[in-house]
Design a protein around this ligand. Structure first.
Ligand code: GFB
Length: 314
């Protein structure tokens, strides 16, 4: 083990997001001290001051501006600026504060649109990006390169993990900003409530996506933080993919929606396929354990609970 967590002080950057809150849940099982910060990580002075003052032993950098295909395409400046600022401030601040270990989180969209499938880590920067998310991808590629640069120039043990599409408790439920799973849960719940006979999905339904339940991701991140130290970014996927049309059927079964599923082909499909090759991670000894159906049931249960919370507060 390169970084045992016992008695370490681990800063989870982005603890309010879906990934950060899953990492907090996972770290409860470790004998470490968890640090969180209610600061704006886009602000250099605030971030550097906080890191210099608290000097964590390790950092999981789960803070980011994220969103689905529509948010990515319509707010390119926000996706580029916010993510570049967050990662620059945290990575450089970590170096200055002498932080021993940092784990940066990217995304499978960093790989070229036409990358050979399943996508290995070597495909990075081997071809043009998918246009609907190139701004986010460019920022995330810069984050990987920062980890590599600080390792090469300063000997920092900074690593990077690339998850596939994620879902689970704490996801964003918002018609414009959501990724596909929360978007479809919301659409089907609403159609059921209004007794509408049909819902409309974006695109053709043909794109293939690989999904990982967020608590599985958190487990993989804690595993990598403890066991992996190398310049190469590491893919973190479930290894299985399905079409958006097939996903919609799975979600319909979980939600109990039996109406029609229509497709608005005027809306973008995004990348046709992005199945990652996660062999490197699996060979280190980590494997995912939540099947899609079980994960969708948990995500749906969380959504219903959070809706009850909103109603109770009203
Ligand atoms: O999850 P999603 O927004 O992200 O969309 P991406 C996945 C697929 O679902 C696309 C289709 O083909 C969408 O056209 N889709 C169908 C829908 N109906 C809907 C809907 O109502 N809402 C949404 N959101 N999608 C994102 C990137 O790409 O994935 C990010 O933009 C990041 O940069 C993230 O990498 C993981 O998989 O297309």
């Amino acid at each position: 083990m390169v970084f045992p967590l016992r008695h370490k002080r681990v800063f989870v950057a982005g603890h309010r997001g879906m990934v950060g809150s899953a990492v907090l849940r996972r770290l409860q099982d470790e004998d470490c001290r968890i640090l969180t910060a209610d600061i704006d990580l886009r602000d250099q002075a605030q971030t550097h001051d906080w890191l210099a003052h608290h000097k964590p032993d390790g950092i999981i950098l789960a803070a980011a501006r994220v969103g689905g295909i529509a948010a990515n395409s319509t707010a390119p400046a926000d996706f580029l600026y916010d993510n570049l600022m967050i990662e620059s401030n945290v990575i450089h601040g970590a170096f200055q504060a002498g932080v021993r270990r940092l784990l940066f989180l990217g995304s499978s969209c960093i790989y070229p649109r036409e990358a050979a499938q399943p996508i290995t880590e070597e495909a990075l920067l081997s071809g043009p990006l998918e246009p609907t998310n190139e701004w986010y991808a460019v920022a995330k590629i810069a984050g990987i390169k920062m980890c590599q640069a600080y390792r090469a120039q300063h000997g920092c043990d900074f690593i990077a993990a690339m998850p596939c599409n994620l879902y689970g408790p704490g996801d964003t439920y918002d018609a414009h900003r959501s990724h596909v799973i929360p978007a479809l849960i919301m659409k089907m719940v609403q159609a059921k409530a209004e007794q509408a006979g049909a819902i409309t999905l974006w695109g053709t339904g043909k794109p293939l996506r690989e999904f990982l339940y967020v608590d599985d991701l958190a487990d993989a991140l804690v595993f990598l933080l403890q066991h992996y130290n190398g310049a190469q970014q590491i893919n973190v996927g479930s290894g299985t993919e399905l079409s958006i049309a097939a996903l919609a059927k799975e979600i319909a079964a979980v939600v109990g929606y039996d109406g029609e599923i229509l497709f608005d082909t005027a809306q973008p499909d995004g990348t046709p396929r992005k199945l990652m090759d996660s062999t490197r991670l699996y060979q280190m000894g980590w494997t995912p354990h939540t099947p899609l159906r079980e994960g969708l049931e948990k995500a749906y249960a969380w959504y219903l609970e959070s809706q009850d919370g909103i109603k109770d507060a009203a």
